[in-house]
Design a protein around this ligand. Structure first.
Ligand SMILES: Nc1nc2c(ncn2[C@@H]2O[C@H](COP(=O)(O)OP(=O)(O)O)[C@@H](O)[C@H]2O)c(=O)[nH]1
Ligand SMILES: [Mg+2]
Length: 372
């Protein structure tokens, strides 16, 4: 909720990834559809990876227009979710997405509390690890430990410090927030998707809250968490770390080249046009365009596609105007107060107040904030 406004949630699409959930799928769909009432329109998207146990056939047999199946090859939980989110963003018109397991670990009734939380945040996580949250007492020490360690590792390495349960698979997400964070170039196949998507939501500026839930052991069938998922998890979390840092390094480098471009253009213009004021204004403009190009096509490349281009362009123009006015007025003031200093000195100093304003405006508005 970057702008602080919250439109009410009147419709939600529940995304259920399934692989061999024939024993659970029909019952869970029935429970979710109970939430479909006057104030909330519910749709369900089952993302099935050609389950050999016929999960998809059971869903088709329900013949309910509120429920659809998205079939695909078995490549892992992450690719199933990526496919589903892309589908929702492209083909469905809903206010929110709820993602949950199809094995009754996540209680459909709890989804109401997650959706209610969206009145004040972009993302609501069904959390096992905040006060009031818990896991099934049937969970042995080994499972508890794996879950806890995985969570701690993901939080600290990927830099998602404020979220206690960052491997949670139960989330409600406002569609606009999802759109800002997608299409994600997540490049993940398996369970690490939960961490990678949360990371992407966080860096796109989404506000995130945790709602306590009780996490039950699966009702029937067995876990699909495999060795490849675990390996990918521990490797990918480091990549997420690098990704946050990479963006910052790129931003700093862009800024530095911008200063160089500004000063070199200023000197060149000054030697041809001789008028320092005209040269200053043109040089500022050149560096603004340079910075925007680099930030747009390089620094924030992954974010670039997430906001509508026209809106971003308009915002960029407004920010540029502010930058130009700030920088140029600083230049004029400095020339006025320090006429004996060389013109390049005034031009150099004039970059800083404008750069500061530019940074805040771009980071929190045009490209959305990087909260990592
Ligand atoms: N489409 C799809 N769903 C999957 C895949 N792996 C797991 N799931 C589903 O994701 C949810 C969570 O998986 P589960 O095996 O219960 O993981 P656990 O709760 O961590 O043991 C369940 O609904 C699974 O059916 C997959 O490769 N493709
Ligand atoms: Mg499960």
């Amino acid at each position: 909720m970057v702008d602080g406004k919250s439109s009410p949630i009147r419709s939600a699409c529940f995304v259920l990834p399934t692989y061999n959930e024939a024993q659970n799928i029909v019952a869970i769909i029935r429970q979710i559809l109970v939430l479909d009432h006057a104030n909330l329109t519910v749709q369900i998207l089952v993302v099935d990876d050609a389950s050999p146990d016929g999960t998809a056939d059971l869903v088709h047999a329900l013949n309910d227009e509120r429920v659809r199946v998205l079939s695909g090859q078995k490549r892992g939980l992450g690719s199933a979710y990526t496919r589903a989110f892309e589908y929702v963003l492209k083909h469905m018109s809903v206010d929110a997405v709820v993602q949950m397991d199809a094995d009754f670990s996540h209680a459909p009734m709890d989804a109401s509390r997650l959706l209610a939380q969206l009145a004040s945040t972009d993302v609501a996580i069904g959390s096992r690890y905040v006060a009031g949250g818990s896991v099934d007492p049937a969970w042995g020490l080994r499972r508890r430990l794996i879950s806890k360690v995985g969570n701690l590792f993901a939080r600290s390495v990927a830099g998602i410090y404020r979220v206690r349960d960052c491997t949670a698979g139960f989330k409600a997400i406002r569609v606009e927030a999802l759109r800002r964070a997608f299409p994600l170039r997540l490049r993940v196949q398996g369970y690490v998707f939960q961490v990678a998507s949360l990371h992407a939501l966080q860096i796109s500026g989404a506000s995130i809250a945790e709602v306590p839930i009780y996490f039950a052991d699966r009702a029937a069938g067995e876990t699909k968490l495999g060795r490849d998922d675990i390996i990918e998890f521990f490797v990918h979390v480091w990549w997420l770390r690098l990704l946050s840092r990479k963006t910052f390094i790129k931003f700093a480098l862009t800024g530095l080249t911008g200063v160089a471009v500004n000063l070199v253009s200023f000197q060149l213009l000054l030697s041809t046009l001789t008028n320092p004021y005209v040269s200053s204004a043109i040089a500022i403009e050149i560096s603004i365009v340079w910075n925007f190009m680099l930030n747009n096509f390089w620094t924030f490349r992954d974010r670039t596609m997430r906001t509508r281009k026209r809106v971003r362009g308009l915002k960029f123009n407004a920010v540029s105007l502010l930058t130009l006015v700030l920088s140029f007025s600083t230049f004029v003031l400095l020339r006025w107060f320090f006429p004996d200093h060389p013109a390049w000195f005034s031009q150099f100093i004039s970059i800083f107040p404008a750069a500061l304003a530019n940074y805040f405006a771009n980071s929190y508005w045009t490209f959305k904030s990087d909260q990592v």
